[in-house]
Design a protein around this ligand. Sequence first.
Ligand code: PHE
Length: 449
Amino acid sequence: MTAASSGREAFGTRAGFILAAAGSAVGLGNMWRFSYQASEGGGAAFVLVYIAMTLALGIPLMLAEFGLGRRGQLGPIGTLRKLGGRAWGPVGYLFVAVGLLILAYYSVIAGWTVRYGIEAVAGGFARSAGDHFGAVASGGDAVAYHVAFMIATTLIVIGGVKGGIERASLLLMPMLFVIVIGLAIWAATLPGAAVGYRVYLQPEPSELMSPAVWRAAASQAFFSLSLGMGAMLTFASYLRRDQNLPESATIVAFTDFGVAFVAGLLVFPVIYSLGLQDAVSASTVGALFIALPSAFEAMGTVGRVVGLFFFIVLAVGALTSAISLLEVVTASVMDEFGMRRRTAALVMGTVITLLGVLPAMDTDALGLMDKIAGEFLLLAGALALALLAGWRIPSEVRAELLEGASPFWQRQVPRIVAVLRFLVPPIVAIVLFFSLRETIAAVSAYLAG
Ligand code: PHE
């Protein structure tokens, strides 16, 4: 039975699926989280390990999600139960919970980007950037922008796979690529650009073996590729059998990495040409939002125009990622409770909006939620998916990945499955252990005030 004849919604075009998956991947993770994890994880060393993780673990895991999703033709709860057996149902519920938690704080940060974008046009960025960030990032204003962003996200998801998600991605993603490249070219003309490039691109060899760097890099690779909570799985469940899955996953991963990398070519020169590195290495969730607006403001009118485009990119990237998070939750509720799309999206959108009030009031809570859901639970989910695809049903996953793949990619499929069996689980398990320790420490620090 094909997706179409089953009555399940489906993407209309191959490019639509790829851009929707790339839209899920490219988001705040590429800039906000990338820069703050890079500063926690030692700059260029982090970037190097992050690339290795994306290629060695990220692409195979994305293929696990693509294969499971297209095979299952349901959201994560239904697909895991159908393919893995009853015991896997709870893992699907975990994915939905992770989606709720991530979107709750993700939408708050997205709200900050909208707010800064508006400021670029109306009057410019404030001079006392740190104080101003405090006002933007918490309290009533932050709640209001978060609510507005959730409304936009919910409306697109109500529009459905083809009329909402695919249409938004086909329109927004090309625009995002053009702006990011334009901004990076502009940054190359700044006086201090070379120093910024050097910090960004020259790794400190001693840091390459540090567990902290590995943890930050693995967590960033999964977060940025939207892996470990069923977002890619859900999108693939709307596919017909003719999509070349291995090729699609490779394109999506390189696009995501490309945008993160090019964004770094913008962020680092801007920060170093204005001597703002201390604001960033203070390493808080707000680093990017404190350093960059003050840089833009110092550059006068040009800075405001650049700043406007920069925040448009962030908001657009955030929107296409947010719709994938809400889609995971919506699809599962539709499958499980037989709800209509509109009702499911409205109910779950409202729940997430309410959950987001906490991180909108308290940036420490936001950082903690990112640690628990954006790092620890995604790693745990990635491990579960690798075990399911690589050990529980490897021959089904292999058969699914072969279907629609060109001969070149068909030859890679056995390797991909072998990586899922032997390479991904041990590495993720080790990183998960370090992440657990860190997460426990972070939770107790938060509770101690
Ligand atoms: N990948 C998105 C980003 O980089 C975030 C995301 C994580 C989206 C998990 C969906 C699932 O911004």
